[in-house]
Design a protein around this ligand. Structure first.
Ligand code: SF4
Ligand code: SF4
Length: 352
């Protein structure tokens, strides 16, 4: 363990405040699946504890939502420590089968699905890929392969301002890094393409890509979420008012990790009525999908999503969010009659 991590682990006073917010703990009820238990396990691993399947499950069932970081009176950052612990385990060759298979998919194909299909199948006119541009849209694996209409709509908005896309984008590396693996090859490959384009700003519609591009890529360009970019151009978008109400789900990696709370709300309020969920902004409940949990622990992940759905105010027409992983998890958990859509899909409805 790094000295600074050891110092942080030692700062935990075992008060248990994190138990009141940890979504994984709330579903499982096991101390080992909550923040405090994970911190104690990290402490044990640093001395005499050997990794076994239960320990790996403990570390890997954290969604990295950072709800505990908000509440911890000792001021420590548990998801940072947990990711660090995962890295130590992977370096020792200790990993779950799911970790191994997801990492294998990404490293062999450049995307989280292990697909060899065209990543740009949604782009009908390839001439729209410009060699040089000030702005580059980073699409991400989910929108490239699963929510291609959202990818096309996002690009259509961004293209108005001269944006292009990477000709051969690869996974940003987020799932690898969250699970404790090295993603330098992907970082280097995407960075090379961004440099060739000459983009000063990279714009992304995925919360996971946003955190990763912002914190784990060379600081050669600015990183903006789609909502940050579009809100700056709101008056140029020519959006009309829609006669309905929506609720907004803050993705953890856009909200707590990057403090992007106001921009999506400003865009929503420009086109329709916004009704907040029971918890929002820094205290917004996690959808349960992040940190590799959706892939590794689907049942637990969907239970967390169900609990999030119980916070949606009655009578709203849509649940809007800004992360394809949140969309998938909330939809799969049975959002019922209320459809879960991307913020860009909402804005597209408001086009004249
Ligand atoms: S809230 Fe912070 S100090 Fe308290 S048990 Fe959790 S991690 Fe430790
Ligand atoms: S980051 Fe979220 S899931 Fe992980 S320990 Fe903290 S509260 Fe629990």
């Amino acid at each position: 363990m790094l000295d600074e991590d050891r110092k942080s682990v030692d700062q935990c006073v075992r008060c248990g405040a994190c138990r009141s917010v940890c979504p994984a703990f709330q579903e499982s009820g096991w101390e080992s699946t909550g923040t405090r238990g994970r911190i104690m396990i990290l402490k044990g691993l640093d001395s005499c504890l050997s990794p076994d399947p239960q320990i790996l499950d403990s570390l890997n069932s954290c969604t990295t939502c950072a709800l505990c970081t908000e509440i911890c009176p000792a001021g420590i950052n548990p998801p940072h420590l947990i990711e660090s612990g995962r890295r130590q385990m992977v370096l020792k060759g200790a990993m779950t089968g799911k970790q191994k298979s997801l990492a294998g998919n990404i490293l062999s194909s450049g995307n989280t699905f292990g697909l060899s299909d065209d990543r740009l199948s949604w782009l009908t006119d390839k001439r729209l890929i410009l060699k040089k541009a000030e702005y580059a849209y980073f699409v991400g694996c989910m929108n490239s392969y699963r929510y291609t209409e959202t990818a096309a709509r996002t690009f259509s908005f961004l293209q108005r301002f001269g944006a292009t896309i990477l000709p051969a984008e690869k996974c940003c590396g987020s799932p690898l890094m969250r699970m404790g693996f090295d993603a330098q090859k992907l970082v280097q490959e995407n960075s090379r393409q961004i440099k060739e384009i000459g983009a000063s700003t990279v714009i992304t519609g995925c919360a996971g890509c946003h955190t990763t591009l912002k914190n784990s890529y060379p600081e050669d360009f600015e990183v903006k979420s789609v909502s940050e970019f579009l809100v700056e151009h709101l008056s140029e978008l020519d959006l009309r008012k829609l006669d309905f109400s929506v609720s907004y789900h803050d993705p953890c990696h856009l909200g707590r990790h990057s403090r992007i709370y106001d921009q999506p709300r400003k865009l929503i309020e420009a086109v329709c009525n916004l009704e907040e969920m029971k918890t929002s902004r820094e205290s917004a409940r996690c959808c349960g999908g992040g940190g590799g949990v959706r892939y590794g622990y689907k049942d637990l992940s969907l239970r967390m999503a169900k609990r999030r759905l119980s916070e949606v105010p009655e009578g709203v027409d849509y649940i809007v969010t800004s992360c394809p992983l949140c969309i998938r998890n909330l939809r799969d958990a049975g959002a019922g009659e209320v459809k879960v859509i991307d913020l860009v899909d909402l804005l597209a409805m408001a086009l004249p």
